[in-house]
Write a protein that binds this ligand. Sequence first.
Ligand code: ADP
Length: 425
Amino acid sequence: MNEDRAALGRRRERGAQLVVATAALVFAILVISGALTLGYAIPGFAVVALVCFLALRADENGKRAAPPHSVAEQANDPLRTIVSGLPDPVIAVDRDSRVLALNEAARALAPALRQGEPVSLAMRMPELIETVGRAFAHGETERVEYSERVPVDRWFEAVAMPVKRSVDAAMPDMVLLTFRDLTPLRRVEEMRADFVANASHELRTPLAALSGFIETLQGSARDDAKARERFLAIMQEQARRMARLIDDLLSLSRIELNAHRRPDVPVDLVPIVRQVVDSLQTLARDRGVTVNVEAVGVLTVFGDRDEMVRLFENLVENALKYGAAGKRLDIKLALETASDGEPEAMASVRDYGPGIAPEHLPRLTERFYRVDVRESRAQGGTGLGLALVKHILNRHRGRLSIESTLGAGATFTVHLPPAGPRVSQ
Ligand code: ADP
């Protein structure tokens, strides 16, 4: 390959000499024939000679500046071919931690990485370089976890595997660095830790109240019959609250467990909603709320009946609890056409209460998220109701939309794919 280049260089040099000689001849003929004076011929010839000289120099510089390995050479280098074919980020480094080869995924991870340059220039993680050093020193695979804070928090695991490129080499002469993005895993771990902390906190509050009242009943209120009655009623309510919370937590984990199994039994939503409304009549009466149900004849979806009951219980109960001030509740079930033109089973629960400020709307379905924690507790809420609704709908390939204006009530709408031919108006 180098011989070819030398031959090409010699040919170019000879070509340039020929051009200069021809130019000299042409200018001489022109001067002799009187077509050109010496005053014009000499600078003209000088320009031609200079251009030829500069062209040759540029050619030589270009050759020197070209990367040591052309594309053709890269294709012939088995190390680079293998590394570039791997899907995960891979960097091969030598004993000086210089990059021998890298693939596109590694370049995406650290765009400043350059072949032939030290890894540390592009990846300023001392622990990574130490791990490469340890892998060379011990001749064994080493691992390290590290994080990046900028531009966003990301976590990685790097594995440094020492490699002997020649079978008889005594020591490894290369380390293959591979990377695994741990960020999604970490996020899930954080969410789980938050969830356990929240759940424990929710349980600890009624538990502390129970313990406090037990102590009071054993001590100062031992002989106070009236206080005993009052405290026992509070204790019963706290125990109910704990039971509700455990019940909601178990439901959530059950639904999550089945998340990928889509229900395939057709169920009619109309009798389910009517049953839920009947079961909540006492609460509605207590709150002075009239519930109106406007429904099509049959509205069938593929669904889990118990989960559908749970879903509408949560929505109707919330409307009765938080929207009671409006004294009215409208429930509507219909088969509509979605924005994509497909039919859609829709069930909306509209209250005329105080409504919800727009900044809360996107977070309402998060676990334990409440607009007003004190009010939710006072209403016996666990903060898990709408999270349950969202998970149930995810499993049913449906979605929840929430519309509200402060002071003008709220509408929670369930959108579900209808169960084909069984749907009728
Ligand atoms: P909770 O157990 O607290 O009722 P949910 O997940 O069911 O938990 O609801 C979360 C929060 O959303 C409630 O605490 C309440 O602040 C708000 N919310 C839910 N439904 C309504 C509604 N119809 N009107 C006003 N606020 C509501």
